[in-house]
Design a protein around this ligand. Sequence first.
Ligand code: MN
Ligand code: MN
Length: 287
Amino acid sequence: MPYGISYAGAEADYNSADAVIFGIPYDHTASFKAGAREAPWAVRRASYNFEEIHFEHGLDQPRLELYDYGNCDDFVLPEDMIEEVNFAVKPAIRDKKFTVAIGGEHSVTVPIVQNYDKDDIALITIDAHLDSRDDYLGSPYSHACVTRRASEHLGIDNICAIGVRAIGAEELDREDVIPFVTAFDVMDNGPEWAIKKAMDGVKNDRIYLSIDIDGIDPAYAPGTGTPEPFGLLPIDVKKIINIIGERLAGFDVVEVCPPADPSGITSILAARLINEALAVYAKHSKR
Ligand code: MN
Ligand code: MN
């Protein structure tokens, strides 16, 4: 892709790449404010804001070879989105690349997770919402059903949501509640405690981390479709990525909504979190 369009530093070809970036511009199940389909380009643009290195990870740190796949085609029906995402991510997961996806809304995480073996990964989300409904507004693939769909593949003992502060009554009033750590408990006990609790609670060792940007407080990440007060601090999410460390298997950032982000600060944060995940993966995979 031409310079300025691909993610900053994504200069490798597919075969030599350690990590592959995917844009998934899908937002057709968005329940409140659409616009996340514009995020892959906004976050790529924001990626040019940063230094090539993040010094706190060490000046001699190995760098990842990065390939930018570009964007998946956009479809209206979630079933078509799922087929398109399968087509895009299946080879990269098979070839043991570190996959980084830029949503789109949160429903794009489901087909990515389903492409991993069920015994390979656990899903940890950062999210204001539990996203554990059986279906929402008539669709089982809504962004309000992400952890439920993922649990049907990985098992409920391989899921945990961190930063949750908005849950529907029907999500709690059932036997198989998706495990979660509230934003209030993160504030009281710290991000170190929260991520250790989540990692100790899941069965599989490798962690796929999905960051719904609304998990972070809307003061820091206002550009999202369903903002929810009382969220996590960006620095706490940075710490969480670092503590996951060598267990990090895949990563996405979803629900950035550029039309609701006139200053661009939410896309900047999303790109910085991607850089953090890439730096942490490099530190543990290339030494
Ligand atoms: Mn979500
Ligand atoms: Mn959310």
